[in-house]
Ligand binder design. Structure first.
Ligand code: NAP
Ligand code: FE
Length: 376
């Protein structure tokens, strides 16, 4: 039984207005107009166009007489410098709100752009200090991947140009005002991006499941997320082809449920360890985190066996089958860090261990993290 389950509780905060379904962007154009008369669209190089999301957004904005400019220079693992440049562009065109379109990278960037746009004097890395004078501009988000759930989270993961490291900011001011959620934009994702982003969403719930805050309504969201994600992921593995439309819907809405779960629980150690693989070995975010999921579940087996049993019960799987499926989807060749390299990467956690080390099953020290890294 979950800790504290005998005491009824309902702790939940979710200020994002999520409007979902086919044609959600154009049908709900008026909601964009409520955010302002001018906006800056923040996106990546190609996916917003390819997916049709940019065209739909333009139609919606034109329909409502909202003026816009497009900033399309956000790359994967968005850099502070690109977000600050977009902030300047937003001020330059008098944007009253920011519209982020894309995967987790452009959506996370849009959260930072909204902050920089309203705070001209904020130096790039000072965004991590979370101290600034003006409220961020309002934000609307349209997702094109089915992984991060950034549409509904209060998190933005940004790469510091100076160090090359990924670091997140979070808090109520990172929530969007509006998320327009239409799974059709995810249909253009190639197989590999589909798999990696699905692994990210699954990791969010699998990691959160064993943290102390996974109680009450959050377990309901977690169960629904797993119910949506897992069968679609098994099909990705078995059939090795792109999902059909219902499969895309499952993955996309599963990723939003997973986002709601990490809002309350945070993630476990696979996420900070995954950053090392992304920063230094170019492994995409979802696969980078999922690479550590089997080690995480091993610790859950030892320290939280009842929670693991419940988790496997929701999936309807044996432990070995889940670990094998995650490994097969991740398909990461052996990285083979030397113990010295692993210790070097783990040194960042010596002084300041991330919060999600403490909330992982059994906790995790920087030394243990180095051992896990060296085994990858
Ligand atoms: P992403 O970095 O946004 O996109 C990966 C690639 O997929 C890019 O090349 C992108 O193209 C392309 N792409 C996106 N949508 C597509 C579509 N519909 N069709 C074809 N190609 C498409 O990937 P992501 O996994 O969604 O986001 C990862 C980032 O989110 C990481 O920085 C991670 O740390 C962060 N993250 C945030 C949260 C949160 O709560 N905020 C949670 C987990 C992870 P373009 O370059 O053209 O965009
Ligand atoms: Fe993630």
């Amino acid at each position: 039984m979950r800790k504290g389950v005998s005491i009824p509780m309902l702790d939940f905060y979710m200020p994002v207005k999520v409007v979902s379904g086919k044609g959600a962007v154009v049908k709900n154009a008026a909601l964009l107009r409520e955010l302002g008369r001018r906006c800056l669209i923040v996106t990546g190089g190609s996916s917003a166009r390819l997916s049709g999301a940019l065209d739909d957004a333009k139609t919606a904005l034109e329909q409502e007489g909202v003026a816009f400019e497009v900033f399309d220079k956000i790359g994967p693992n968005p850099l502070l410098s690109a977000c600050r440049e977009a902030g300047e562009a937003a001020r330059g065109c008098g944007a009253e709100f920011i519209l982020g379109i894309g995967g987790g990278s452009p959506l996370d960037a849009a959260k930072a752009v909204a902050i920089y746009a309203a705070n001209e004097d904020l130096a790039p890395a000072d965004i991590y200090k979370r101290v600034y004078n003006n409220k961020p501009l309002p934000l609307a988000l349209i997702g094109t991947t089915a992984g991060t759930g950034s549409e509904v989270t209060a998190v933005s993961v940004l790469t510091d140009d100076a160090t090359g490291r990924k670091k997140s900011i979070s808090g109520p001011d990172c929530y969007a005002a509006l998320a327009l959620a239409d799974a059709k934009y995810t249909r253009t994702m190639p197989y590999d991006v589909t798999v990696s982003t699905a692994l990210d969403a699954f990791s969010h719930i699998a990691e959160a499941w064993f943290t102390p805050n996974c109680r009450g309504i959050t377990t309901v969201l977690a169960r629904e997320g797993l119910r949506l994600l897992w069968p679609a992921m098994k099909r990705l593995l078995e059939e090795k082809t792109l999902p059909d439309e219902p499969g895309r819907d499952r993955l996309y809405f599963g990723s939003l449920y997973a986002g709601l779960v990490i809002n309350t629980c945070g993630t476990g150690f696979p996420h900070p360890l995954g950053y090392v693989l992304t920063e230094n070995y170019g492994v995409p975010h979802g696969k980078a985190c999922a690479a550590f999921l089997p080690a995480y579940l091993e610790r859950a087996k030892k320290h939280e066996p009842r929670l693991l049993e419940e988790f496997l019960g929701v999936l309807g799987e044996e432990y070995a089958a889940v670990a094998a499926a995650v490994n097969a989807l991740t398909a990461l060749p052996r990285v083979g860090m030397t113990p010295e390299q692993a210790a070097g990467f783990a040194a960042r956690w010596q002084k300041e261990p991330p919060k999600n080390f403490a909330t992982s099953p059994g906790g995790l020290t920087a030394l243990e993290a180095a051992d896990i890294l060296a085994g990858i």
